[in-house]
Design a protein around this ligand. Structure first.
Ligand code: ATP
Ligand code: MG
Length: 292
């Protein structure tokens, strides 16, 4: 692994953002020895080991201090966070380059979504000053709140990845920004399950994968809490679960069973519309049985 800083002779790619949803144009350009417009030094060295994903790091994770992060464009604006595409690469070293998804939580003022406190019942906050600030809704409290949801999602990604559940590999968290594996081909994001139309046989196979994923969470005492065909991606016929800040511990959260039940209903209603025979109550019963 190279530890040198980039030199003025380095040449590397820069992708210009276009207004076309999900499409980015590759524009070769030159850069000096400092990050240019739309670039920064890799933030890998700015975070602590606990703010990095589970070891062993996958081989594609770029850990060099001389890497640049280059903004490639926005993938999607969500209710409370925006998803951007970045390239983390060591200039001039094609072996050290990866495309990452950067999920950036907005502060409560610019978010049009206020997550119900029902999700965090049973969870503890780091200190009482933070608890009081969040309750008051002060500016500091709002920033604690978005950081807290970002950390909750990062922790859920780490836990589930370590359990072998198909979720994007969490590379790191830095404040309100999570960098994770980009699920897609090149720079094109994988479709959400809600966009997938397939044969009856393939739909059944997708349903079974979703049931397996929900079963893995249930065995660990967890439920997604906001599961739907919008929070499942399909890449090469494989389902990947995303959007995890509200993952709940079913038993310790007073509304845990309700969240699990709603996940079952959302999933089964969608698959029923795709003509897959399934029953939300059966699924719910099977998942609850796995918890005890
Ligand atoms: N790791 C990823 N790889 C590829 N695409 C992703 C990834 N994570 C998220 N996306 C895309 O970005 C969208 C928004 O992500 P996510 O659901 O995590 O955020 P959100 O703020 O909850 O958005 P929403 O309000 O739409 O639910 C997803 O629907 C998906 O299309
Ligand atoms: Mg979502």
């Amino acid at each position: 692994m190279s530890s040198r800083r980039p030199s003025s002779s380095d040449v590397f790619r820069f992708y210009e953002r276009t207004e076309l949803a999900g499409e980015f144009a590759a524009v070769p350009t030159f850069s000096g020895d400092v990050p240019g417009d739309g670039q920064r030094w890799s933030t890998w060295t700015a975070v602590t080991p606990t703010e990095r994903g589970p070891k062993p790091y996958p081989s594609w994770v770029v850990t060099s201090a001389s890497a640049f992060d280059t903004e490639l464009g926005i993938v999607k604006t969500g209710k409370e966070a925006d998803l951007f595409l970045i390239e983390r690469a060591v200039p001039g070293d094609p072996g050290q380059s990866s495309i990452l998804a950067a999920k950036r939580y907005r502060d409560a003022e610019t978010s049009d979504f206020h997550r119900s406190t029902r999700y965090s019942e049973g969870r503890r906050m780091r200190n009482t000053r933070d608890t009081r600030a969040v309750a008051r809704g002060s500016a500091y409290g709002q920033s604690v709140s978005s950081t807290r949801w970002a950390y909750a999602e990062f922790e859920a990604l780490c836990t589930l990845y370590s359990l072998g559940v198909p979720v994007p590999y969490p590379v790191q968290i830095h404040g309100t920004e999570i960098l994770m594996e980009f699920i897609g081909h090149g720079m094109v994001a994988a479709p959400r399950l809600s966009q997938v139309r397939s044969s009856a046989h393939e739909m059944r196979a997708l349903f079974e994968q979703v049931v397996t994923i929900m079963g893995s969470l249930a065995s660990a005492g967890l439920a997604h809490g906001d599961l739907s065909a919008y929070n499942l991606l399909v890449k090469d016929g494989r389902v990947v679960m995303i959007d995890l800040p509200q993952v709940v511990e079913v038993v310790s959260n007073p509304s845990g069973m309700d969240f699990l039940h709603r996940d079952c209903v959302n999933v089964c209603e969608w698959f029923t519309r795709q003509r897959v025979t399934c029953d939300a109550e059966d699924l719910f019963g099977n998942l609850v049985a796995r918890m005890f």
